[in-house]
Design a protein around this ligand. Structure first.
Ligand SMILES: [Mg+2]
Length: 354
């Protein structure tokens, strides 16, 4: 990997993580439902290497970024409600944020806290009240009167919808594994669905705090190995690390890790692309150009490389085209102002209780 001349400032990592994830999502948006052969037929043998129109505009984000933003908004609220006493009930507050995302999709929930008129914050932004191929598991779980958890799962899904929205947890908390698992388990009940999210949150957390990417992956792998049901996720991480050492990165090699519709495959693809990336765009282009869930793997890789190298690593021309870029940057700043700059708090209540 090419390294920056000096480590990015923490604020640049926050902005790089959320803007980078949104850019990777936007790159993958026109590709999500295309096979690799179709991508090459449409965009040339090198695939799609610049933002292209999807959902009626260039730079459109999808549900991955929408839900990431609602994760961030929930974390900001958890801080603001509890700042005098330490951050409180993070998982419950993020769940309420996800109910507001559900409302933006034109759906309703049987949960008593669902507010069909919610219009504060993100829910009041017209461009976020847009349907961008939301995941069926996220929708069905949030429609429930019950709140999903590791102890009381709502389903046995290991889709990547719990993982693709989790990066803000790693920005906010140095110890992010348990909380990442718990927030993913709001909607995804199989270990594969939430353990990959815990790993990704911890990797983002470590990278933001200056860790080398390989060391961050090793730390997450150690935490993962202590959890029941870790088999698929652990072997996916090990496959990604081994493949990155094989050299000659390509879509064909990437596709040996899977298609990314399930969480452990999406995590493996993102780790592989980040490990072999020569620069931010190189890694994200690799992550989006394959036959699987291109916007989710693009988003995760964009989050990770943005956290690693900071917002300076993002192509300025892409940011100019990015939908809701001010909203995304404002939320990154809001998280930074609280969790990085604010008074240090005790570990969040609710983390690790499941
Ligand atoms: Mg999507």
């Amino acid at each position: 990997m090419m390294s920056q001349p000096a480590p990015p400032e923490p604020r640049d990592r926050f902005l790089g993580c959320l803007l980078g994830g949104a850019l990777g999502d936007a790159l993958g948006a026109p590709l999500e439902f295309l096979r690799l052969a179709d991508i090459r037929q449409s965009f040339g043998p090198e695939g799609l290497r610049h933002l292209a129109p999807a959902y009626g505009r260039r730079g459109a984000i999808t549900d991955d970024t929408q839900m990431t933003l609602f994760t961030a908004e929930g974390l900001v609220e958890a801080w603001d409600r509890g700042s005098a006493r330490g951050v409180q009930d993070v998982v419950g507050t993020v769940h309420l944020a996800y109910l507001r995302w559900l409302k933006t999709q034109g759906e309703t929930s049987a949960h008593p806290a669902f507010d069909p008129t919610a219009s504060d914050g993100l829910a009041g932004i017209p461009d976020l009240n847009a349907w961008r191929a939301p995941g069926g598991t996220c929708l069905s779980a949030l429609k429930s009167a019950s709140v999903g958890s590791r102890r009381a799962p709502l389903n046995d899904s290991r889709g990547c919808g719990g993982l693709m929205r989790i990066a803000p947890v790693g920005l906010a908390f140095a110890e992010a594994f348990e909380l990442g698992c718990d927030i993913a388990a709001l909607t995804h009940g199989a270990p594969g669905g939430y353990l990959a999210a815990g790993c990704f949150a911890q990797i983002i957390a470590d990278v933001c705090r200056g860790a080398d990417l390989k060391a961050a992956i090793a730390h997450a792998r150690d935490l993962l190995a202590a959890e029941p049901g870790h088999g698929r996720t652990l072997s996916a991480i090990e496959s990604a690390v081994a493949l990155s050492a094989a050299g000659d990165p390509s879509a064909a090699r990437l596709e040996t890790l899977g298609e990314g519709w399930v969480a452990e495959e999406a995590l493996a693809i993102a780790l592989y692309c980040a490990l072999v990336a020569r620069d931010w765009a190189d890694g994200v282009v690799l992550a989006a150009n394959h036959s699987g869930d291109s916007d989710s793997t693009g988003s995760l890789t964009g989050n990770l490389l943005g956290a690693l190298w900071g917002q300076q690593a993002l192509p300025a021309g892409w940011i100019a085209d990015l939908e809701l870029r001010e909203v995304i940057a404002d939320l990154a700043q809001a998280l930074y102002d609280r969790y990085w700059q604010g008074p240090k708090t005790s570990p969040p209540k609710g983390a690790g209780e499941e």
